[in-house]
Design a protein. Structure first.
Lengths: 194, 432
């Protein structure tokens, strides 16, 4: 059997941008504009029959000219074969066509990618946040420029320098406050009190 | 006045049903609704009913907004994310070994299965195979976990429907298996028993554990019959599960369902058969398949799967080979405890594996594993460092939840609990 990339290229000219086989898995890079026709054909072609979309996700490559990679894991239950499709999405527009008309499994999966990466899916029936709160506006958590360990707000708190210096921090009704340095008591001879 | 008109009206006591278009003006309509210019006595609107996020029957924090027409569900919109802990993001900052305990907390009812799915993906990336005995022990604990998961489902589903006894019975058997997990690895739920390259070498199957497991297996088929005695011909159970939450085979595939919800609809697809791992290809077992795609068939599939699992465990115990349960691969696995205590280089080596972990070849793998809930897939993207560049968890509960609205439409509000329960969803895995 021919490699699947060649079959797709024959069927939909200009759709295939590259193909890799590694770790026993096939990956085909698809032109962004062609993703829906390619998926529909892969699903409907009886020789291939990728009836199920196992997974849909994205990977962020901040250095790349086309920053995001949307990754589709296809599964053919009939032929027990898997295939991975990829499409690159560049930043300013950050849009790709939705495959939810092809597989309804894409409904939730695309919503998750929209929520956590900020990639919009054209033609999605109900593109809303799914994991994060709806009013969340601090960016897209799975992008690489979103920090894993806070954004440094803690360092702006009043008591933070005191904690850093190992000094005592009191807990008042108002919250945490650092005690003011006590005036140093000095003995008449000028020696510092121990 | 109204009462008289009510009695005059030969259309029944419920008046007329008016559907306002969505967002339409509320209030009494002034349009005459029948030929005689009479106004309706009662007007019925779609009712929006909020269920959750804290609801005892959602087995976690899930919120569902139900659009109801009288008692009928017109639309069920799930709101997820109440248990979102950012596991995928956190994994990007941890070494491959450090992510294993996080996988316990995905589907916290079936931690062994999650461990298995994860370490398989890492092993695929590293290109290592595990020792023969480890493959057997992995299969044994994975099938024990499947029984635990299905027993948990059966007990809670029956409890939601109102059957109290079966809940205690299934938890009685579940307890025995959890005790064995405790004997193996010291934990009952969040086990972290698997290691990249095998299993925790401190927790090999001892003769005592094997003896207890055999005792359990000798009684378990009779236990299953007891459960079926309570349910299979129980009128309430049948009324609440038959022809409820039906999904056709085509829809099930299209919605990405996996596991018992897919097989209950008549699709004989099981990753253990399609892409065998462990020792599944060396055992004799069948894939139970339902026909109608309703809750009852999914229940039946799970009951049969427990029987198959018990038989698989027996076969594995019969053939269990001797040998190590962890591959000896310096740089990836820990040296043995004895060596660490006596040998300087092993101590350094242990320190390095614990703190720095190991590097994986650059590339990407997707590895799907059949857990009690369905296909748990890990998609790992490696950039050649000691931490995954991206770890994606394809959680069966999350994808199955996508079909919830489709399966709930048209049923009665009293069924919503069984429709939710029929997927066997654990929110820790759904929200990750």
């Amino acid at each position: 059997m021919q490699p699947i990339a060649d079959l797709i290229a024959q069927q939909i000219p200009g759709a295939v941008l590259g193909a890799v086989e590694a770790f026993g898995e096939q990956t085909v890079l698809i032109a962004r504009a062609q993703i829906v026709p390619v998926c529909r054909w892969l699903r409907d072609e009886p020789e291939l029959a990728f009836e199920q979309l196992s997974d849909l996700t994205a990977v962020d490559w901040p250095e790349a000219p086309e920053r995001f990679e949307v990754v589709y894991q296809l599964n053919s239950l009939r032929y027990r074969r898997r295939l991975r499709l990829k499409a690159r999405v560049p930043l300013p527009a950050c849009e790709i066509d939705s495959v939810s008309p092809v597989w309804r499994a894409a409904d939730f999966l695309e919503r998750e990618v929209f929520d956590l990466f900020g990639i919009r899916f054209r033609g999605h029936p109900d593109l809303r946040r799914i994991m994060m709160p709806e009013e969340y506006d601090e960016g897209f958590p799975l992008r690489k420029d979103f920090p894993t360990a806070g954004k440094g707000w803690r360092n702006t708190f009043e008591f933070w320098p005191a904690i850093q210096a190992g000094r005592e921090v009191r807990i008042d009704a108002d919250g945490l406050t650092a005690p003011k340095p006590a005036p140093r008591s000095t003995r008449p001879d000028g020696e510092a009190a121990s | 006045m109204t009462a008289d008109r009510h009695h005059d009206d030969d259309r029944g006591s419920f008046g007329y049903i008016i559907h306002e278009p969505e967002g339409g003006a509320a209030g009494v309509t002034t349009e005459p609704v029948d030929g005689e210019g009479r106004q309706p006595l009662f007007r019925t609107e779609d009712l929006l009913l909020n269920m959750g996020p804290q609801h005892p029957a959602t087995h976690g924090v899930l919120r569902v907004v139900l659009e109801l027409e009288a008692e009928q569900i017109k639309k069920a919109t799930p709101y997820l994310g109440y248990l979102h802990r950012g596991t995928e993001k956190l994994a990007e900052g941890k070494t491959y070994n450090q992510a294993i305990p996080m996988t316990d907390r995905l589907d916290y009812v079936c931690a062994m299965a999650n461990n298995y799915a994860y370490v398989r993906a890492v092993e695929k990336l590293l290109g290592i195979t595990v020792p023969e005995r480890a493959e057997y022990v992995r299969t044994i604990v994975a099938e024990m976990q499947r029984i635990v998961g299905h027993l948990f489902w059966l007990g809670t589903q029956a409890l939601d429907i109102g059957a109290m006894t079966i809940f205690f019975w299934t938890f009685r058997e579940r307890e025995l298996l959890l005790d064995l997990f405790e004997a193996l690895c010291g934990a009952r739920l969040t086990v972290s028993y698997f290691r990249v390259g095998g299993l925790d070498p401190q927790g090999d199957l001892t003769p005592e554990v094997i003896a207890k497991l055999r005792t359990f297996l000798s009684r378990f088929p009779a236990n299953l019959e007891e459960y079926e005695g309570l349910l299979a011909e129980n009128r309430i159970w049948l009324a609440r599960t038959r022809r409820i939450a039906v999904i056709s085979a085509e829809d099930a595939v299209n919605f990405g369902l996996t596991g018992p919800p897919l097989r209950g609809s008549g699709v004989a697809y099981d990753i253990r058969k399609a892409e065998p791992y462990g020792v599944y290809d060396r055992l004799e077992w069948e894939v139970p398949v339902g026909r109608h795609g309703d809750t009852y068939d999914r229940y039946w599939v799970r009951m049969q799967e427990m029987r198959q699992s018990a038989s698989m465990i027996s076969q594995c115990l019969d053939r269990l080979p001797e040998g190590p349960i962890l591959i000896d691969l310096p740089g990836v696995t820990y040296p043995s405890r004895e060596k660490v205590m006596t040998d300087m280089e092993s101590l350094i080596h242990h320190f390095k594996v614990a703190c720095y972990g190991f590097e994986t070849p650059p590339g990407e793998v997707y590895c799907g594993t059949e857990t009690p809930k369905g296909e748990l897939g890990f998609y790992l993207v490696s950039d050649g460092t000691n931490k995954p560049y991206r770890m994606r968890i394809r959680a069966p509960s999350f994808v199955n939840m996508g079909a919830f609205d489709h399966m709930a439409r048209g049923y009665l509000i009293a069924d919503i609990i069984t429709i939710f329960g029929t997927f066997d969803i654990v929110m820790g895995e759904c929200d990750r």
